[in-house]
Design a binder for this molecule. Structure first.
Ligand code: RIB
Ligand code: CA
Length: 323
């Protein structure tokens, strides 16, 4: 498709992954060649079910979904079902989607796609297990990769599953570190420093509720549980939505600013999963990352809402005191 950027979205849906998929599927700049699901927030099987629900909601069931790795490279899988609900979408327990294209072999699909598609990028919204496995199997083919944008890590913000570690890289620190050390391209790290500033506040949720329609109802339904978790866990009113920013940044670089550096991921011990960002270049190692530090949260939110609700773009643009 002329002018569109080709992407594979690798994800672990997950409430914020589901919102990120909505944004990607409603963004005309992207041609989603496939969605690969990885273990993370929920077991991979559940992630596939949740992905199909978003595809059904956006009339995109023609996009193939690939079943990926069910366990991290070395660690035991630790899910985030306390945060995202047992079903990964806020305890909604949606009925099983009829139809859709589900195939095995996410790692094979990534490798084959990189070998056949020019200028293909990957937006990774979960642990990097699928990507690490693909890189281990065929490092050469990744020379064809256009860009990798990964929601994960943290530069100066505190962790969300340990004092220093962000969930995606804590679930599979070996996978994350392998990708950062072997991709030979810079990973665009959309970490907690920027994603923590992306909050669905009660006012924004009420706006979504009033915009109405199936997509609005889906968002309200899947975020209820998440909002409760944020209050209990972090004393936040509303909920942080990490993954949609990775999609939005891929589309519009002006949303975030950051810097180039060498980054590696701590694989074990008390700081397991921490991203060590050598911002002062102590180690003089080749830079393997673009670390994002600032975000225009308001500009993101207008973009997010106007793409999800294009028919209400003007209402959203003119709303006062909400965004
Ligand atoms: O730390 C936040 C990340 O971990 C998000 O991608 C969320 O979906 C979970 O996967
Ligand atoms: Ca995720």
């Amino acid at each position: 498709m002329e002018g569109k950027r080709k992407v594979i979205i690798d994800c672990d849906p997950g409430i914020d992954d589901s919102l990120a998929l909505l944004l990607a599927l409603k963004s005309s700049e992207l041609e989603v060649k496939g969605i690969t699901v990885v273990c993370g927030n929920v077991p991979t099987k559940q992630g596939v079910e949740n992905t199909l629900k978003v595809l059904e909601l956006t009339n995109s069931l023609h996009i193939p979904v690939y079943f990926g790795e069910e366990n991290p490279l070395i660690r035991e899988l630790v899910t985030a079902q306390d945060t995202h609900g047992e079903d990964g979408v806020g305890q909604c327990f949606f009925s099983k989607v009829q139809g859709g294209i589900v195939r095995n072999g996410a790692v094979d699909f990534i490798i084959e796609s990189l070998g056949t598609e020019d200028k293909l990028s990957i937006i990774a919204l979960g642990p990097l297990t699928n990507l690490a496995k693909a890189l281990m199997r065929d490092k050469e083919v990744f020379n064809n990769l256009d860009e990798l944008v990964s929601m994960g890590g943290s530069f100066r913000s505190h962790g969300n599953c340990s004092p220093v570690a962000e969930f995606n890289y804590w679930v599979d620190p070996h996978g994350a570190d392998y990708v950062y050390k072997n991709l030979k391209k810079k990973v665009h790290m959309v970490g907690l420093d920027v994603t923590r500033k992306i909050v669905l506040t009660p006012n924004i949720l009420e706006l979504i509720n009033r915009l109405g329609g199936e997509v609005a109802k889906y968002i309200i339904d899947i975020t209820k549980f998440y909002v409760d978790f944020h209050w209990k866990q972090e004393g936040i009113i509303g909920c942080v939505i990490n993954d949609p920013l990775a999609v939005a940044y891929f589309i519009d670089r002006s949303l975030c600013s950051g810097f180039s550096s060498y980054t590696e991921v701590v694989k074990d011990g008390i700081a397991m999963g921490q991203t060590i960002v050598d911002v002062e270049d102590f180690w003089k190692k080749q830079h393997n990352s673009v670390v994002l530090q600032e975000v225009d949260a308001s500009k993101f939110m207008y973009m997010f809402l106007q793409r999800l609700f294009p028919e209400s773009a003007e209402v959203i643009a003119n709303i006062k005191g909400v965004i």
